[in-house]
Design a protein around this ligand. Structure first.
Ligand code: LLP
Length: 414
């Protein structure tokens, strides 16, 4: 069985590219995240190709997965970075990003973060309100630099996605309504140290169709039409990943490009994809600790939990969970749960799992490359897991971040 071009069974064993998942779980222990760099790069190239007619600049959204090995691979392939904090800018620069190819976004940038970004020569600021623009103007003047900015426009469009990851409706905290954007664009020549060169619009993540994005882009173009020197549009991220085999109707990169290219010809276009580049490249390997039946349920207790992968507990997200060693035994519907003292610490509800899966066996939680490790926590004093990357050639692997230790849990405390 093949889940995607990198994650598949071979001779009854789960592989990530040419490496057996069991070998990595054995050597590094569990829980452990494994990422296929080959898959990440293939996604990046597919997106670049789809948007090539527009010459779109791709800024990888580091919030999805900020492991340095992954950042380095994408930067090496030509990607810029979309950062939402001083910490993400720092990581991007550590990974070798050219600051001019970093976009600084975020609803609540502190003045210290703005100063750091300006001093580093960050290429674009996605500005969320007028007061932030005043701060950038003042700090840029102090530093004797000129910033370049796009105003984040809230188009008042509700995306076809989970309500917790929609950002473009009028009541959302993100961006500014049309009137506010227009007023700032009209006043743009008052800012001697900020070049207001574009508009930014991002309506949500895991978008189920291209219509809402198309409508948002149309509204943004209408908004900037009177301002001839404002010809850059940052269309955000939001391209979906396939979380399970049944999701065949999801729009591809090409579908988005086909919908948007006719609108955007002649504009400078920026894109900020996160999930679509990295989600399917990642798996979380975990070991079965116990298996029990009670209250009419079959419960499989594993060593990974909501502290490694928060998405099921936070959004009710569904990730496929499969055994590392394939089995032909009859299948049972089970609840896959973690050791954390929370009822919502369930990684999978009604997971079809063969009934010969036993204590000590490994399972793989699929499509975990995005918003997995970055949302991990130390709740219940659980060290965060190791991260492993399989090389771009697909044949070798290495630990890209070791598992945290108990000593690290107490470092600096007390
Ligand atoms: N640009 C902006 C302004 C964003 O807010 C986001 C994501 C992106 C780009 C990247 O979006 P993507 O291509 O990954 O959809 N933790 C949630 C997702 C939160 C998304 C936040 N913003 C999850 O696990 O589903």
């Amino acid at each position: 069985m093949t889940f995607n071009t990198s994650v598949r069974y071979h001779d009854g064993q789960l592989f990530v590219d040419d490496v057996a998942a069991a070998d990595m779980a054995q050597a590094v222990g569990t829980p452990v995240y494994v990422y296929s760099l080959k898959h990440v790069l293939a996604q990046y190239h597919a997106l670049r190709e789809a948007f090539a007619p527009l010459g779109a600049h791709i800024h990888y959204s580091a919030k999805a997965n900020a492991n340095l090995a992954l950042l380095r691979a994408l930067i090496g392939a030509g990607a810029g970075i979309d950062a939402v904090s001083g910490g993400e800018i720092y990581k991007a620069l550590q990974a070798g990003a050219d600051p001019r190819h970093v976009v600084f976004a975020g609803v609540g940038k502190t003045q210290a973060e703005l100063r750091y970004a300006l001093a580093q020569g960050v290429g674009w600021f996605n500005v969320e309100n007028a007061a932030e623009l005043d701060h950038i103007e003042r700090i840029a003047a102090e530093l004797g630099v000129r910033a370049r900015a796009a105003l984040r426009f809230n188009p008042d469009i509700t995306a076809n996605t989970h309500p917790n990851i929609a950002t473009g409706h009028g009541g959302a905290k993100f961006g500014m309504p049309a009137d506010a954007v227009r007023a700032l664009l009209q006043a743009r020549h008052r800012y001697a140290h900020v070049m207001l060169a574009g508009v930014h619009v991002h309506i949500g993540s895991q978008l189920g169709d291209t219509h809402a994005t198309q409508a948002a882009v149309e509204r943004a173009l209408e908004l900037i039409a009177p301002f001839e020197d404002v010809r850059t549009l940052n269309i955000g991220g939001g391209f979906p990943a396939r979380y399970h085999a049944a999701q065949t109707e999801l729009p591809s990169f090409q579908a988005f490009a086909d919908a948007l290219t006719p609108l955007l010809r002649g504009y400078e276009v920026l894109i900020e994809p996160g999930r679509s580049l990295v989600a399917e490249a990642g798996v979380l390997l975990t070991q079965v600790l116990y298996r029990k039946a009670q209250g009419g349920q079959h419960i499989v207790i594993v060593d990974a939990s909501m502290t490694e992968l928060l998405r099921p507990a936070l959004y009710g997200a569904r990730h496929e969970i499969v055994p590392v060693r394939a089995s032909t035994a009859p299948v049972q519907l089970v609840q896959v749960v973690g050791p954390v003292c929370e009822t919502t610490d369930t990684l999978g509800h009604d997971v079809p799992l063969s009934d010969d899966v036993r204590e000590g066996d490994w399972l793989a939680v699929l499509t975990c490359g995005a918003y997995g490790m970055v949302m991990a926590s130390n709740y219940n004093a659980r060290p965060r897991p190791a991260e492993v990357v399989v090389s771009a050639a697909g044949d070798t692997w290495r630990v890209a971040r070791p598992r945290e230790t108990w000593e690290m849990l107490v470092a600096g405390e007390g």
